[in-house]
Structure formats: structure tokens, C-alpha cells
Design a protein around this ligand. Structure first.
Ligand code: HEM
Length: 126
């Protein structure tokens, strides 16, 4: 039997590269999100999100080799993430996910995860 991961089914690293690059292009121009990022260069943040998503969807575990256990809620604690930040994040991600060619089923599965993950990162309710 051969069971391929979601990661492989959607085209591997190239697909995640395109999604996350587009996502950060949008973040760079978002007046609510951009100031949250501590570094002037968004490149390292882009790489961390790309490696995390590749690992989550069944690709290589490079993220954890470099960063350890994801603990994403804890890593986001320094940033105020309210409903407006969550919505801005999802707006950027929607554009990025819509840009790549995916089957409807893969797109829906990916999007459902993004909505759940973004909601779970909310740490401020105003
Ligand atoms: C890191 C913002 C949601 C994954 C960060 C950073 C900020 C941020 C400011 C630090 C930048 C850096 O790494 O240098 C936000 C906001 C969100 C959000 C405003 C709104 C809901 C998410 C979601 C995911 C995610 C839903 C995963 C699906 C990551 C990862 C890192 C990160 C993997 C790097 C963690 C590390 O290894 O240090 N985020 N984020 N974020 N975020 Fe988010």
C-alpha cells in the first residue's frame, strides 16, 4: 500500500513556499499585522511558518529540529491577538491559499485548519 501525505498530495515544499510567500507579502502591507512583527526582515518569520506548515501536513520535521515543540499558543503570547488580528491574519491567508492550484477538497481541508488554528491563537478579547 502507498499512503501519501497531504503534504505530498498538494505538491510538497513548492506549494507551501508559494502560499507562505504570498501570505507574508500581504502581511507586509497590513497596517494591523505588520507592526506586530518584531523584526524588520520578515524572511525568518516566513521560513518558520513555512517549515511549521510543512511539518504539520506530513512533510519533513525540519521545524521541530530547529525550533523544538511548536507550542504555538505560548509563542504567540507576547503579541496581542484579538478578533481583529485573527481576521487580518485570515484575510492574508485566504489570498495566499486562493492563489495556489488545489483540488476543492484539499483547499477546504487546508482552510478549515487555518480557521481553527487562527481562532486558537486569540489571546485578547478586545
Ligand atoms: C510567529 C503573529 C496566527 C504560526 C508569529 C510571530 C507573530 C505572529 C508576530 C512572531 C514572528 C516571528 O516568528 O519572528 C500571528 C498573528 C496571528 C497568528 C497576529 C493571528 C491569528 C498563527 C497561526 C499559525 C501561526 C494560525 C499556524 C497555523 C506561527 C509560527 C511562528 C509564528 C510557526 C514561528 C514560531 C517560532 O518558531 O518561533 N506569529 N500569528 N501563527 N506564527 Fe503566528
Amino acid at each position: 500500500t502507498s499512503v501519501t501525505s497531504f503534504y505530498e498530495q498538494v505538491g510538497g515544499e513548492a506549494t507551501f513556499h508559494r502560499i507562505v510567500a504570498k501570505f507574508y507579502e500581504e502581511v507586509a502591507g497590513d497596517e494591523l499585522l505588520r507592526p506586530l512583527y518584531p523584526e524588520e526582515d520578515l524572511g525568518p518569520a516566513e521560513e518558520r511558518l513555512r517549515l511549521f506548515l510543512m511539518q504539520y501536513w506530513g512533510g519533513p520535521h525540519t521545524y521541530s529540529e530547529r525550533r523544538g515543540h511548536p507550542r504555538l499558543r505560548m509563542r504567540h503570547a507576547p503579541f496581542k491577538i484579538g478578533p481583529a488580528e485573527r481576521d487580518a491574519w485570515l484575510r492574508c491567508m485566504r489570498i495566499a491559499v486562493d492563489e495556489v492550484e488545489l483540488s476543492q477538497q484539499h483547499r477546504d481541508q487546508l482552510w478549515q485548519y487555518m480557521e481553527m488554528a487562527a481562532e486558537s491563537m486569540v489571546n485578547s478579547w478586545f
